[in-house]
Design a protein around this ligand. Structure first.
Ligand SMILES: [Fe+2]
Length: 232
């Protein structure tokens, strides 16, 4: 029997429609793919960090590069009464200067910046972790909607992020399914509070990716525009 979320799933209660500023680039699908990262990141910037045991979206560990208070802590910013913005760099950031400078260079307000280490999980297993994020708790509704950006650090072209819009009942609508493949250096931005999401990782080794919370606004819109694939 395939697992499927029910109306009792915690994600169903997470707000979907609010007055926060949202970006046109995500309006249609909740997702935008950017060009591959235009430079390489040394492997040491993800392999030599301090990882914490924190389960989210499967069998995962996380290395925080920026957190609510600069401590190596994976708990939600809400535990500290803070929305997922105005993060401070942790000691891991000193070991990952390329990634730190990249995120700082976006110019938008960022929240948690973390490297995820995800063990392999097939489609059936991953569906059990299908969810929507609570990215905007405590976010004043006259400010920008918090979305998430990814850089894939390992090369997993046979793995994919599964995305679905919520249907009228709030549960994922299979007719809207999108699969985003995860080759190395691919980048995309997702409204993870809007879309149900999880990664199916068909590899045999852990998949690593950088995940950053970013505040929607003109600065982020301009940056996304500047990073779109060049059409030929
Ligand atoms: Fe999530």
């Amino acid at each position: 029997m395939t697992f499927w979320p029910t109306l009792e799933h915690w994600s169903v209660q997470i707000p979907l429609h609010t007055n926060h500023y949202r970006m046109a680039a995500l309006a249609e699908t909740g997702f935008v793919k950017m060009a591959d990262l235009p430079f390489e990141v040394p492997v040491a910037e993800w392999e030599n960090l301090e990882y914490l045991d924190w389960k989210s979206g499967g069998d995962t560990n996380f290395a925080p590069l920026a957190s609510a208070d600069g401590q190596l802590d994976c708990r939600g910013f809400w535990d500290k009464g803070k929305t997922d913005k105005d993060a401070l760099w942790t000691s891991n950031a000193d070991l990952a200067p390329t990634l730190r400078n990249y995120i700082a260079g976006v110019g938008a307000n960022f929240g948690r910046v973390r490297i995820i280490k995800l063990e392999p999980q097939d489609h059936e297993t991953a569906l059990r972790s299908f969810h929507r994020d609570d990215n905007n708790r405590f976010n004043p509704d006259n400010e920008g909607w918090v979305v998430r950006n990814w850089i894939e650090l390992t090369d997993d072209p046979d793995s994919y992020m599964l995305l679905m819009e919520p249907g009228a009942d709030g549960l994922p609508d299979p007719s809207t399914e999108v699969r985003v493949p995860l080759p190395q250096w691919s980048r995309f931005t997702v409204d993870t509070q809007r879309l149900w999401h999880v990664v199916v990782h068909n590899g045999t080794a852990p998949r690593y990716a950088l995940i950053t919370s970013l505040e929607s606004g003109p600065v982020l819109e301009h940056w996304i525009d500047s990073q779109l694939p060049v059409s030929v």
